[in-house]
Ligand binder design. Structure first.
Ligand code: ADP
Length: 283
């Protein structure tokens, strides 16, 4: 399958800093893939997310080398509004991205800026709100919604632009468990119902285990490992190095293995664990 995202030897330093925030990052992502990026605070995850829509380096300036191509566009050559039609970026705290007086205006804002016809905008906004489960919220003020609803409005805003790629930077880190679940469910459906390419930064390892096809581990400003969730979550040395706590079910399996039980593979979900744990015997 063709790759839709290509980072080649990307190194970037913010203005007035000596050390790069991300260093020599190279990877490709296929169209329709679900990639999760994990790693400790300060590793460079947000900075990397800002590379997708050209904000790094176009808005932040600073020093950048290497190349980033998304949906066939170089982020050096195309302007941010053009890139926004290919990549939607949702940040950690949606509140900072919402500034219109109504949800309707908020979600239609990007399309209006592109000068789309009114009927097209209306349809896109309706579909986007329906998708995130916020039909009926059109006249509400974004600032007055719950954190989870705001995050879903932010997703609807980028969805209305119909990008192929969605980049989400810790979209649930400030939400309560119910709000998080609702947002994560929307993200999973973006991938499997609409076929969107997802690049998700999160600390929610249960979600990573369940949905990500590949996991990128960023530590100390570098991409130190790319693997399947099973490869990543069973690599004890890597988990320690990148300060990652795997899903609880993986920890239980590894503990059982340490205790001498025959665990043939590390399960990622309860569904996978039940047959593995049934009738366990000592090795
Ligand atoms: P993460 O998202 O993994 O927590 P960040 O991308 O936010 O990491 O930060 C990576 C590095 O870049 C850190 O050392 C951080 O201090 C630095 N950094 C982030 N934003 C800025 C900025 N606007 N100016 C200067 N340095 C920054």
């Amino acid at each position: 399958m063709a790759s839709i995202i290509q980072f080649s030897n990307v190194t970037y330093s913010y203005p007035r800093t000596d050390t790069p925030a991300i260093r020599d990052i190279s990877f490709e992502v296929e169209k329709g893939e679900f990639v999760a990026m994990i790693g400790p605070t300060g590793a460079g995850k947000s900075t990397l997310c800002y590379c997708f829509n050209g904000a790094v380096p176009q808005l932040f300036s600073g020093e950048m080398s290497g190349t980033v191509d998304v949906a066939g566009c170089s982020t050096f050559e195309k302007e941010i509004p053009v890139l926004a039609q290919h990549v939607g970026l949702v940040v950690q705290n949606a509140r900072t991205q919402l500034f219109n007086v109504s949800v309707l205006q908020e979600v239609g804002f990007g399309c209006e800026n592109l000068g789309m016809p009114r009927e097209v905008i209306r349809d896109r906004v309706r579909q986007a709100l329906e998708f995130v489960g916020l039909t009926g919220f059109e006249d509400r003020e974004p600032g007055a919604l719950s954190g989870g609803q705001q995050q879903r409005v932010a997703i609807a805003c980028v969805l209305a632009m119909d990008p192929d790629i969605l980049v989400l930077d810790e979209p649930t880190s400030e939400l309560d468990p119910i709000g998080s679940e609702q947002v994560m469910e929307v993200i999973a459906r973006l991938n499997h119902e609409l076929g969107k390419t997802i690049f998700l930064v999160t600390h929610d390892m249960e979600f990573v285990a369940k949905y990500a096809r590949r996991v990128f581990v960023l530590s100390d400003h570098q991409l130190i490992k790319v693997g399947t969730p099973e490869e990543i979550f069973s690599d004890q040395a890597l988990l320690e190095q990148a300060r990652i706590r795997p899903p609880q079910i993986c920890t239980v399996a590894m503990k059982l293995r340490e205790m001498g039980y025959l665990i043939t593979s590390i399960p990622l979900t309860m569904e996978e664990a039940v047959p593995l744990f049934t009738g366990l015997s000592h090795g």
